[in-house]
Design a protein around this ligand. Sequence first.
Ligand SMILES: [Zn+2]
Ligand SMILES: [Zn+2]
Length: 352
Amino acid sequence: MPEPGPGEVLVRVKAALTCGTDAKIARRGHPKFPFPLTLGHEWAGVVERAGAGAAWEPGTRVTSAVSAPCGACPACAAGRENLCATAFETPLFGAFADYLLVPERIAKRGLRRVPDGMSDEAAALLDPLASVVRALKRVGSARGGDVLVTGTGPIAAMLFFLLRGKDEGIDAPGRIVVVGRRPERLAFFEANGAEVARVHSMEQALGAGALPLFTFEENPPSSPRVARPTRSGVTERAGARSFSLVVDTTGDPGVIAALPGLTADGGTVLLFAGLPEGAHVAVEAHAVHYREVSVIGSFHYTPREVDETLALLSTDALPVGGIVSARRPLAEWEAAFALAKDGTALKVALVP
Ligand SMILES: [Zn+2]
Ligand SMILES: [Zn+2]
């Protein structure tokens, strides 16, 4: 059991969630987070002991952001703490364990008290959901039209549920279409009211400018959404450029390259998933200029968004049981990651 130094907080982990990021680090390592490293960064727990100067009472239920912006650099001063160059100097990993030591800087800026009545699973969603909350702020009113989400993972699911919900001053979206390969995942989206497009190969399907279930056809520019689909037929019709918002959660350059072609005039393509350093994506410049399609990104979140997300998790905006759909003892971590990988579960809560 680690001993908390000055400013540090020792937490007894109650639940930690599987995440593709952990799986990726385990598989190929990470330049910023060298081994040996205990993985696990989405968690909820209870303060066991606080080091000198850390104002946390033992027994307090807590969860946390994984970063700690400095609060003083130009990015932080501009309210873009997600871009703070030192926010990840002491990232918070190690939740796949009985006890987790929270570094001083994160104890000061990232750690949050879990509101009464919130489950451990819900509280553990703070980190991924905060990224989604920021992403939706980045797209503004583009979310008010038809929306396409590529990919069927937990991020796509959280995006879907937040998009479906109401947001002040923004129109409810028209259709929300989710495109992906995994039948179990697509069934989950469908059961929750999404329209789904099943494809065998994302790149191939999108690159050809058509999804199997959607026959895209040119619409007059003045009425980009005239061809509304009927939900009954096997083949539905939608405008080739009908989506005011397209969100990519795949991080696949081949998929991303096809997205401006699916986006409505004046619409937005949001790159949610991160690509490796040096990755390039070919974007049709004609769409960017003549049709004013914006291609933007969204990275991580700010402390403000962490607080907003915690408030959001206190509402019923997100069906937490649908996202964190299984629970396993920590010793069965390998089986838990297999469940998440094969599409049986979106996220699995590991319990020490
Ligand atoms: Zn994660
Ligand atoms: Zn900073």
